[in-house]
Design a protein around this ligand. Structure first.
Ligand code: B12
Length: 212
């Protein structure tokens, strides 16, 4: 497991996939490789990012290595019936085309064991609703980088209410202009200042024993 973490920290996708394959050959359980190796490693990446020990490029290359390892691992996880922690629908709000931060949040959430449905950018509230309905997701994560599009977060939360989904779905929002005060104002369940906080929030949502 330590080897896996070292490959993750170094962003060595090739080394990581070979190590995952080696561990699988040794009959190490796929969920152990996932949780004690990859997820635990990405959690450390998240902590280092939060404390400014590492920066966005390092997080991105670690996340890429994680994805490479996951590609090898996924069929084994499916075979073993390992379920994701929860399903998360994510997207950048209507009117906004920025997606670098949203993708970073998505990568760390994936790294933490969440299943992600990415709606992309410029997402109309109804598109979020469709994605939530089709995936039965319990968490919605919305990003906005523009002050002009922030208000569409409120419209998306209102749409959840109109579709009777508000009780079922926990909402987190984030992006450079977003604040905790704004999150409270629009009725979100949480605000994260960065991708590591998004993971903390998602874990808190699950711990609330919310059905996701
Ligand atoms: C890159 C960039 C672009 C790129 C986007 C490329 C892409 N694929 O995303 C391009 C060139 C396309 C672009 C376009 C525009 N941009 Co621009 N852009 C930026 C820039 C320089 C960086 C944004 C970024 O990627 N940051 C890095 C990421 C990692 O940080 P982040 O997005 O904040 O995300 C982190 C957190 O906020 C948080 N987070 C993000 N989302 C979420 C979601 C959840 C749920 C949670 C919990 C956390 C979370 O976690 C992330 C990781 O830690 C910013 C300036 C800045 N310093 O922010 C301007 C900026 C956002 N843009 C700006 C503007 C004005 C525009 C344009 C209108 C420019 C124009 N006149 O055409 C257009 C808008 C187009 C549109 N409709 O969206 C302004 C916004 C001003 C404002 N107050 O509204 C900024 C602030 C620049 C400025 N100082 O004027 N832009």
């Amino acid at each position: 497991m330590d080897n896996l973490k070292q490959f993750l920290f170094a962003g060595d996708a090739d080394g990581l996939t070979k190590e995952v394959e080696r561990l699988l050959k040794e009959n190490i359980a796929p969920d152990k490789i996932l949780n004690e190796g990859l997820v635990a490693g990405m959690a450390i990446v998240g902590v280092r990012f939060k404390s400014n020990e590492i920066f966005i490029p390092e997080v991105l290359i670690s996340a890429d290595a994680m994805h490479a390892g996951m590609k090898v691992l996924e069929p084994y996880l499916a075979e073993a019936g390992v379920k994701p922690k929860a399903r998360v629908v994510i997207g950048t709000v209507k009117g906004d085309l920025h997606d670098i931060g949203k993708n970073l949040v998505m990568m760390l959430l994936k790294g933490a064991g969440f299943q992600i449905e990415d709606c992309g950018i410029d997402v109309h509230p109804e598109k979020f609703i469709e994605a939530i309905k089709s995936t039965d997701a319990g968490i919605l994560a919305i990003s906005s980088l523009l002050t002009t599009s922030m208000s569409n977060m409120r419209l998306t939360i209102d749409a959840l209410k109109e579709h009777n989904l508000r009780e079922k779905v926990k909402v987190m929002i984030g992006g450079a202009p977003i604040t905790k005060g704004f999150a409270d104002e629009v009725g979100a369940d949480g605000y994260g200042k960065d991708a590591a906080e998004a993971v903390d929030l998602a874990n808190e949502f699950i711990q609330m024993k919310f059905k996701v």
